[in-house]
Every structure is written in C-alpha cells, then in structure tokens.
Design a protein around this ligand. Structure first.
Ligand code: KIV
Ligand code: ZN
Length: 390
C-alpha cells in the first residue's frame, strides 16, 4: 500500500463559482454561492475561484463574503489585464486569510486581434498588469487565455515575462477544448524546459471539454509537471464544460500507481457537493456521468450482479463509500438474475424457500419486461402475492 501522505501534492483549484457559473443558465444566488464555497472549503479544495469581482455588484459581494468566511482554502478572484479589474478583484479577495489575484489575457493570434495589440504591445501589457497585481498581493496567478493555440515561441516569451513580473502560478488554459492529451503534456514540458524561472513557480492546467478530453488533458499535464488542476464540480462550465473535479481526484486516487500524487480532497464529500451543485445550478447530472452519475455504481445485468455479489471488485474499481454514496449497487431489472433477486429479498427481510423463490423469480421477470426498473415496493408486492397464494 502506498503512503499517500508523503507523495507530492497536486493542488485542486475549483472554479465552479466562476467558470462553472458562466455556463448559460447556471446562475446561482448569493446564498447558494456561499453554501457551495463553504462545502468546497470543508472538502479540502486548495484554491476556490469565487467569481469575477468586476463583472457585477453581485459577483463582488459574493467574492468578498466568501473571502471573509474562508477557513482553509485560498480565495481567488478573476481580473482582466487592466488596473481597474485588478484593483476591484483585490478589494474583494483581500479579506481572505489567503487571497489570490488571477489575471489573464488572450495570447493566441485570434485573441490578440480583439484588443488590437501586436506581440510587443501585449508583452508590455502583461508585464505591467502582473507587476501591478503583485504589488497588491503576493499570490498572483496569470493565464494566457487560449494558450494551446498560441505560437510556442510567443507562449514561452509571455510566460517568462509574467514570471519575471512576479506571477507565482502560471495557468495554461485550453480555452476551447481543442487539445489532445499528448499535446497538453508537450506544452507543459516545453515551458518547463525552455522558460527561465519555470522551476520557481507552479504550472496549472485549465481544460475545457469540447472534444470530451478535459479530464485526460488535465491528467496528461500533471504527468508532464503541472501541479495545479483547475476544475469544477460535475464538470459544470461554458459549452461542454470544464474538467470535472470528481474525475481527476478519483482518477489520481484509483490509479495512484500511474500518477503518484496526493490531493487534499476528502472524497467522501464528493456526492453531496455534486447534488448541491446540480440543484443550485439547475443542471442535472447525466445518469452515466463518471463518478457521480446515478448509474455510476449500479449493476443490472445478471452476470455483473452475480459477480459483484460474490466479489465486489469484479465490476467495481472504486467503492461507492469513497465518494460518500450509501445507495445499494444493484438495480433490479429485466437483466437481473436469480442470485440478485435472492440478495435483494434478503435485504428486504425475506429468506424464501427455493420453490417460492422460483415462483417469485418468474413473476419478477414478467414484471421487469413491462417496467424499466423494478422497485423494492414491486418486489414486496410479488412476495405478498406469493405468500397469499401458498
Ligand atoms: O478558459 C479560459 O481560458 C478561462 C480563463 C479565464 C482562465 O477560463
Ligand atoms: Zn475556462
């Protein structure tokens, strides 16, 4: 058994309340944001990105209050690359026990065209704004937005400028979810090799899920040397969402032989947070979503149920309790076998003789053919019938 307490740490940066809330229709109330921030803090998230203070009075108020209430987590706010945004962000986060300013600018050719800055002008803007942020706060994160579509030489150049200006974390966003895992790793490796001072700061990875690769890209970046993962609960986020916190944390826990890093996350709190974020954001979690989907730990087919009843590890790579789930892992339906029915009846308090079990099983199969899922009450009704007929 590996001793995870001695393993190097990967920091978990949760942006449910900033990038997640930016998802159309996911707006949360002030009270809901405070509740989610409290749960994230309790769960062991290292950094909570609480919002974008200049975006609205509401965002400013939420970030300030979350900062005031924070107990363990660093509280971070987002700011564009201008002094007004950065000052407003500092105003909000400075109440935290541990505040962070996160400032960003789009560095790819497409993004440079928007403020109409050439490469040199943008480099100067990065130097000035990161220096300004660092004069306010000693914990500054800088992001070259759309980093994965930025020319390699220019990316190295601006990252070096940000480090020299005082950034303590450099985040590499795959803003449009465009990257493959091997590319995600290659970019981090390149920055670590080519940028002077790269070994003095923390590299972060921030991935979007447009091609369904956000989790794989984040883990590939860690393998290459990133030590902070930016993610959201349930993968909430713009378009197809962000890297899901529960996926990267459980991947590093279950396959610690592949990525031998620890996180500070109490995984038993995952399910509760997932449900609360789903409720307050109004975004349901798909049934087959990894880790937190309704079906993620359910077995219906006879072969799987039989295997799980004999040895749970035959079809489960993690335990439901690890994420704070107490539900049973057997779903009764038309694919279920006699062993699962016997186990279910035992759980409901019935130990039927073989002939009775056979009768109930025949009627259970007939019912399961008509119904998608057979509930405990249905099974109890079948047993009651059986006992009346006897
Ligand atoms: O996806 C992105 O590029 C962002 C930045 C603001 C970090 O969310
Ligand atoms: Zn993002």
């Amino acid at each position: 058994m590996t001793d995870k307490s001695t393993q190097p740490r990967v920091l978990i940066f949760d942006t449910t309340l900033r990038d997640g809330e930016q998802s159309p229709g996911a707006t949360m109330t002030h009270e809901e944001k405070l509740e989610i921030a409290g749960l994230l803090d309790e769960m062991g998230v290292d950094i909570i990105e609480a919002g974008f203070p200049i975006a609205s009075e509401g965002d400013f108020a939420a970030v300030s209050e979350i900062a005031r209430r924070s107990r363990n987590s660093t509280i971070c706010g987002l700011a564009r690359a201008n002094y007004k945004d950065i000052d407003r962000c500092w105003e909000a986060v400075r109440h935290a026990r541990s505040p962070r300013i996160h400032t960003f600018i789009g560095t790819s050719p497409l993004h440079r065209a928007i403020p109409n800055l050439d490469m040199d002008q943008m480099a100067e803007r990065i130097h000035d704004t990161v220096t300004h942020a660092r004069n306010l706060c000693d914990n500054v994160q800088w992001s070259p937005m759309d980093a994965t579509r930025t020319e390699a030489d220019y990316l190295c150049r601006v990252v070096e400028i940000a480090i020299k200006a005082g950034a303590t974390t450099i985040n590499i966003p795959d803003t449009v979810g465009y990257t493959y895992p091997f590319e995600s790793a290659k970019i981090i490796r390149m920055l670590l090799e080519r940028v002077p001072g790269a070994d003095t700061i923390t590299f972060a990875t921030h991935c979007h899920n447009d091609l369904g690769m956000a989790t794989a890209n984040a883990l590939a970046a860690v393998e290459a040397g990133a030590r902070q993962i930016e993610c959201t609960i349930n993968g909430l986020g713009e378009r197809a969402g962000n890297t899901a916190l529960e996926e990267v944390v459980m991947a590093m826990k279950v396959r610690n032989d592949i990525l031998p890093y620890s996180t500070g996350i109490d995984t038993t709190k995952i399910m509760h947070l997932s449900r609360r974020v789903s409720t307050v954001s109004g975004f349901p979690v798909q049934f087959n979503k990894a880790i937190v989907g309704k079906n993620a730990f359910l077995h219906e087919s006879g072969i799987h149920q039989d295997g799980v009843l004999k040895n749970v590890e035959t079809f489960e790579i993690m335990r439901p309790e690890d994420i704070g789930l107490t539900q049973k892992n057997i779903a009764m339906g038309k694919h279920s076998g006699r062993a699962a029915l016997r186990a279910k009846l035992k759980e409901l308090g019935y130990d039927l003789a073989d002939n009775q079990l056979n009768d109930v099983f025949v009627r259970f199969k007939a019912l399961a053919d008509r119904k998608k899922e057979v509930y405990d009450d249905d099974i109890l009704a079948l047993v009651a019938d059986e006992q009346t007929n006897d």
